[in-house]
Design a binder for this molecule. Structure first.
Ligand SMILES: Cc1ncc(COP(=O)(O)O)c(C=O)c1O
Length: 429
């Protein structure tokens, strides 16, 4: 907590809730300082290094003094041109590098500034829930209202929150209803498939229907495509840009963070609707001078890499997923295998449901020395789940499962008596 002061921060800061993952982060930090070996499966932070040829290009570009000046805030033309070529090759989509592609300093920066450029007081954004927190909070910072649309509902047919299998028709029905009934009509819809945190996936038909709804109600769409390449079992994640007419209403954000193990490099892109791209480019022009040019040059090399490089990265996660899911099921914690993303979305084991996801995560952290993310951190609809990130190697994941297994065994039956090592107030008491 900041020390007591006569100063006041901006009103918009009061609209931001306390950071729920902070409790987990703080406890993990304390445990590590005490010398405990925490297996960290909490944050979706890729653990493997960037491929060597990209690093080598970066070293070369850093040494070139021409790259040391301010760059272009929406990204150098050659990088935007390669993004357009990439979309043509992978999705058959034609993009104008000048008007329909913007480079951002990581997709998080782009998504945040897009909210500031498109939303303001009096506007409403629809965000499916559970949600990736920045989708909600950047809209809030912009002064807009946020309405959550549940992704899962107990009434859904084939859909089932416990397996993160969307009942696509009923979810579309909820989106269409929200777009139609909320007054004034929501200005923006946030989508994120493959989804963080639930790992839910969709097919192109879903995007076709969503684009129809958005066109009918003149509603803009942001599709966050961060996990597009982390796909398993032959699943292919469609781009919303493949839908004819998508560009009339939608932009798609993509990032090199996950596809190329380049999270620290901060390279993301926004593609699609010209008005939205120009709004983002304009606001970025006021906020930044562009990314370090050497990084942009190395990003071009990433985009030109053979497709097998990316599928190889996905395979590493797929093997870890198999180890995790088989292991959890073996220790009596049923969990469905995700088809994409870096996460398993696991319903709390039956005996621990009452405890709530925050206390359960703290139990796993303090007793099993395994950090996971409590579902409540992704919105109320996330309660009853934890998100487990596939960001340690197979050996460590196996070890994590063993440690979790012991704790579940020991704690079953007296889960309600588990006391936190600190007096932490959680959303569940
Ligand atoms: C759904 C989603 N979108 C965006 C991001 C941010 O990615 P970037 O590194 O491009 O800012 C993340 C990072 O975890 C994410 O999970």
């Amino acid at each position: 907590m900041p020390r007591k002061s006569q100063l006041r921060w901006a009103y918009r800061m009061d609209r931001l809730p306390p950071y729920l993952f902070g409790i987990i982060n703080e406890t993990r930090h304390r445990m590590r300082q005490a010398g405990r070996d925490v297996i960290d499966l909490a944050m979706g932070n890729p653990d493997r290094p960037t491929p060597e040829h990209i690093v080598q290009k970066m070293i070369e570009a850093v040494a070139d003094g021409k790259n040391h000046r301010y760059s272009v805030s929406k990204g150098i033309f050659n990088l935007r041109r390669h993004v357009a070529l990439y979309y043509k090759d992978r999705y058959g989509v034609t993009l104008d590098p000048d008007r329909e592609v913007v480079q951002c300093i990581g997709s998080k920066e782009g998504i945040s500034h897009m909210a500031l450029a498109m939303l303001g007081p009096g506007d409403t954004a629809l965000v499916p829930s559970p949600f990736f927190p920045i989708h909600v909070y950047t809209a809030i910072i912009s002064g807009a209202n946020v309405i959550n649309v549940p992704m899962f509902d107990p009434q859904d047919g084939n859909g089932d929150a416990a397996s993160a299998t969307l009942d696509v028709d009923r979810f579309l029905g909820r989106l269409a209803m929200a777009a139609k009934q909320i007054h004034p009509t929501p200005k923006m819809l946030y989508l994120n498939f493959p989804h963080n945190p639930t790992a839910a996936v969709v097919e192109l038909d879903f995007f076709k229907e969503v684009v129809k709804i958005a066109r009918r109600h003149h509603m803009a769409i942001i599709q966050d495509f961060a996990y597009k390449d982390i796909v398993f079992d032959g699943y292919r994640s469609p781009s919303i840009m493949e839908v004819p007419g998508a560009k009339d209403v939608a932009v798609e954000f993509w990032t090199l963070s996950k596809s190329y193990n380049m999270a620290g490099w901060r390279v993301g892109f926004c593609v699609g609707n010209e008005l939205m791209c120009s709004a983002l480019a304009k606001i970025k022009g006021y906020y930044d001078y562009g990314h370090f040019q050497a990084v942009q040059i190395a990003a071009i090399i990433a985009l030109k890499s053979p497709k097998e490089l990316v599928s190889g990265i996905a395979q590493v996660y797929e093997k870890r997923r198999d180890v995790l899911i088989q292991g959890l099921n073996r220790i009596g914690w049923p969990c469905t295998a995700p088809k994409a993303s870096m996460f398993a979305w696991a319903p709390l084991p039956k005996d621990f449901l009452k405890m709530g996801s925050m206390k359960f995560s703290l139990l796993l952290l303090e007793k099993a020395e395994v950090a996971v993310s409590p579902g409540i951190g992704f919105g109320e609809e996330g309660e009853g789940f934890v998100r487990i990130a596939l960001v340690e190697n197979e050996h460590r994941i196996r070890q994590a499962v063993r440690q979790i297994g012991h704790v579940l065994q020991e704690s079953r039956g007296h889960s309600s008596s588990f006391t936190l090592s600190r007096n932490v107030k959680t959303p569940n008491g």
